[in-house]
Design a protein around this ligand. Structure first.
Ligand code: ZN
Length: 327
């Protein structure tokens, strides 16, 4: 019970403190790639902590000697001991339901989201096959439209689409910058990162931190792609290109599964690009990366703590009179 409560407390603490530590306009905007990883780690850790708490309720923890026969005996006796009382049965059943519900809901929503994305992409690819014109020199598909739009379709058949309106609005250097932005989306598989965040938000709509994680991930992904483009073309060039695309388009041409340049949040992205770059620095980035790794590892360590504390001992579900237990 103590392990389960510790894990639930950890999840609650992360849900309350995480959004404050990762708030917009903080260090996150100076290191968007690290911030994206931090939001992912935060969401996954909350989810795993609650699921592991369910498992800890179902299978109480114990340390035993390295002897396999004794280990198995202890496991069986511990389970018998827990499930001998109505309270133990109820706690075990509730834990199992919690763990299975979280796992099932997550996998189901993730699979449904990925399938929906694949379906919408396939539909848009068919449209592009009919009305788009390949431009092998630029490596893009050109759509005939007065509206200015540049977007990419991630996935196996990755494509970047540019309208004739955008080709008129952008000079060669700006077009190169916008294409570098789209290339960053494709190369870093931002579709999968955002897909996971949105799947958690739709699986558990009552959990505010998951909704916030999805919104912030979508925003930070754009900042990260802007930084990648700025590294190639310069920050002011990217800012000018974003403004040129946004000025000539409504943002409605790209499908919802695409990453469009000059979409929502363009004004704040341009404001961010105008001052000189102010990166987080190596030491802070290294510390942040360590914190992300620790975030993910802690629930596993909490569940495996009794084993780690007992040198030369194994860890397994169960309890006996001769071994220490966590009721
Ligand atoms: Zn983008």
């Amino acid at each position: 019970m103590i392990v389960a409560l510790s894990l639930l407390g950890y999840a609650l603490m992360l849900g309350l403190a995480g959004p404050r530590l990762l708030r917009p306009d903080s260090w996150a905007d100076r290191a968007p790639r690290l911030a994206i990883a931090a939001w992912q780690a935060l969401s996954v850790t909350i989810l795993v902590s609650v699921a592991l708490a369910g498992l800890a309720l179902t299978f109480p923890t114990v340390t035993v000697s390295g002897d396999l026969a004794q280990l198995l005996r202890s496991c069986v006796m511990a389970i018998q001991e827990q499930y001998a009382s109505p309270g133990g049965v109820a706690a075990g059943a509730a834990g199992a339901v919690l763990a299975l519900a979280i796992l099932g809901r997550t996998v189901g929503c993730l699979a449904a989201g990925l399938a929906r994305m694949a379906h919408e992409r396939a539909h848009h690819h068919r449209i592009l096959d009919m009305v788009g014109k390949a431009d092998p020199g630029r490596g893009v598909v050109v759509l005939d439209s007065n509206e200015s739009a540049v977007y990419c379709l991630p996935g196996r058949r990755r494509r970047t689409v540019v309208t004739t309106g955008a080709l008129l609005a952008l000079d060669d250097v700006q077009l190169d910058a916008v294409l570098a932005h789209e290339h960053a989306h494709l190369a870093e598989r931002h579709d999968l990162i955002l897909g996971l965040a949105r799947a958690l938000a739709s699986a558990f709509p009552a959990v505010g931190v998951f909704r916030l994680a999805a919104d912030e991930t979508a925003r930070l992904i754009e900042l990260r792609a802007d930084d990648a483009a700025a590294a190639r073309s310069g920050r002011l060039t990217v800012a000018g290109a974003l403004l040129a695309v946004a000025a000539g388009g409504t943002g409605n041409l790209a499908p919802s599964v695409a990453f469009a340049a000059g979409g929502s949040g363009t004004a704040s992205r341009v404001r961010r690009l105008i001052p000189p770059q102010n990166p987080l620095g190596r030491t802070r980035t290294a510390l942040g990366s360590f914190a992300v790794a620790a975030l993910l590892a802690l629930p596993v360590l909490v569940l495996g703590g009794p084993a780690a504390a007992a040198a030369g001992h194994n860890f397994c579900p169960g309890a006996t009179a001769s071994v220490s237990t966590s009721p």
